[in-house]
Design a protein around this ligand. Structure first.
Ligand code: CP
Ligand code: NVA
Length: 325
C-alpha cells in the first residue's frame, strides 16, 4: 500500500509506523533497481537541497549529493563554520532563512535539539543525517541490506555489540522494535542505552512482536544471530573517552570467535562505517586496541559493509523522494 509522506520531517524512526518504514525500504529497493536498469530519475527536478554539516561525513554527505543529482536536484554543502549559524545567528533564524531558499534541509551535528529546532521553523522537510542521539537514515540502509541478504526483517536475530548507547545503537533499537526484529544489545552495563528509550522501544516491540534484550554476556547475545553489527566505540565528540571505552568494550570486539559463537555459518557482519579494523589509520596507529572489529571479520565473506554503504544512497534518495516529490 502506498503511503503519502509528503512534507514530513525525518528526525527519528519513532515518528514512523511499521508500514511507513516498510514503504521507505521498498521504495529504496525500487530506486536501486531503477538505477541499475539505467533509468534516470527526475523525482526531485528543480529542487534545491541544503546539506548542513557540523560534523565530518563521507557516506552521508556523498549519499545526499549523489541522490540529489540522480533525481535532478541540486544539493548545496554547507559547513557550519562557513555559516553565521550558531555564532551570529540563531538556529531559529537560520531555519527560516534556509526554508525560504531551499526545498529540504539535511542536518548532521551534535545536539538532537538542533535538528528539532530546524524542523520546527524551516517550513520545509528536515532530515536528520546524524545527531548525538540518533542516526535514522543509517538504519534504513542497514535494514535494506538485511532484506537483500536474508529476504526479510521480521523475526531476524540481530545482535549489536559495542557502545550500546551510541546514536546508531539507539536508532537500530527503535527501528528493530518497530519492525518485529529480535534485537540484542551486547555491551558493558554502563553503556546500555537509556532506560527511558528502552521502555519506549519495548512498547513498539510489543506491538510488532519484536524483542529487545540487553546483555553483557556475549554467548547469550550472539546465540543464533543472523546479523552481527557494531559501531565505533567512541563517537564523534567523545574523543576524550578513548582509553575508558577500550577498557569497557574490548570483550565485545567483533572477531572470529564471536562469529563462531553465533552457531550460524550464514551470519552477516554489518557496520555503519567508518570502522577501525586494523592499524592503518591515524587514530588506530595511535590506539591499536581501538578496533571494534578484526581485519579477519571485516574482510570475510560474512561482511556486507560495502553493500550497506552503497545502500545509503538508495535509502536517502527514498527519504527525499517520499517527503518532497
Ligand atoms: N555511516 C556514516 O554515517 O558515515 P559518515 O560518517 O561517513 O557519513
Ligand atoms: N556513532 C558514530 C557513527 C558514525 C557514522 C559517531 O557518531 O561518530
Amino acid at each position: 500500500m502506498p503511503f503519502n509522506l509528503k512534507g514530513r520531517h525525518f528526525l527519528t524512526l519513532k515518528d514512523f509506523s511499521t508500514e511507513e518504514i516498510e514503504f521507505l525500504l521498498n521504495l529504496s529497493i525500487k530506486l536501486k533497481q531503477d538505477k541499475y536498469a539505467g533509468l534516470r530519475g527526475n523525482n526531485l527536478e528543480g529542487k534545491n537541497i541544503a546539506l548542513l554539516f557540523e560534523k565530518a561525513s563521507t557516506r552521508t554527505r556523498c549519499a545526499f549529493v549523489v541522490a540529489c543529482v540522480d533525481e535532478g536536484a541540486h544539493g548545496e554543502y554547507l559547513a557550519k563554520n562557513d555559516l553565521q549559524f550558531g555564532k551570529k545567528e540563531t538556529v531559529k533564524d537560520t531555519a527560516k532563512v534556509l526554508g525560504r531558499m531551499f526545498d529540504g534541509i539535511q542536518f548532521r551535528g551534535f545536539k538532537h535539539e538542533t535538528v528539532e529546532e530546524l524542523a520546527r521553523y524551516a517550513g520545509v522537510p528536515v532530515w536528520n543525517g546524524l545527531t548525538d542521539k540518533y542516526h535514522p537514515t543509517q538504519v534504513l540502509a542497514d535494514f535494506m541490506t538485511v532484506m537483500e541478504c536474508k529476504g526479510n526483517l521480521k523475526g531476524i536475530k540481530f545482535a549489536y555489540a559495542g557502545d550500546g548507547r551510541s546514536n546508531v545503537a539507539n536508532s537500530l533499537m527503535i527501528g528493530a522494535a518497530k519492525m518485529g526484529v529480535d534485537f540484542r544489545i551486547l555491551s558493558a552495563e554502563s553503556l546500555f542505552p537509556d532506560q527511558e528509550l528502552v521502555e519506549e522501544a519495548e512498547v513498539f516491540a510489543s506491538e510488532s512482536r519484536g524483542k529487545i534484550t540487553l546483555t553483557s554476556d556475549v554467548e547469550e547475545g550472539v546465540q543464533g544471530a543472523d546479523v552481527i553489527y557494531t559501531d565505533v566505540w567512541v563517537s564523534m565528540g567523545e574523543e576524550s573517552k578513548i582509553a575508558e571505552r577500550i577498557n569497557l568494550l574490548k570483550p565485545y570486539q567483533v572477531n572470529g570467535d564471536m562469529i563462531e559463537k553465533t552457531g550460524n555459518p550464514e551470519v552477516i557482519f554489518l557496520h555503519c562505517l567508518p570502522c577501525f579494523h586494523n592499524t592503518d589509520t591515524e587514530v588506530s596507529k595511535q590506539y591499536p586496541d581501538i578496533c571494534e572489529a578484526t581485519e579477519e571479520v571485516f574482510e570475510s565473506r560474512h561482511s556486507k559493509v560495502f553493500d550497506e554503504a552503497e545502500n545509503r544512497v538508495h535509502t536517502i534518495k527514498a527519504v527525499m523522494v517520499a517527503t518532497l516529490a
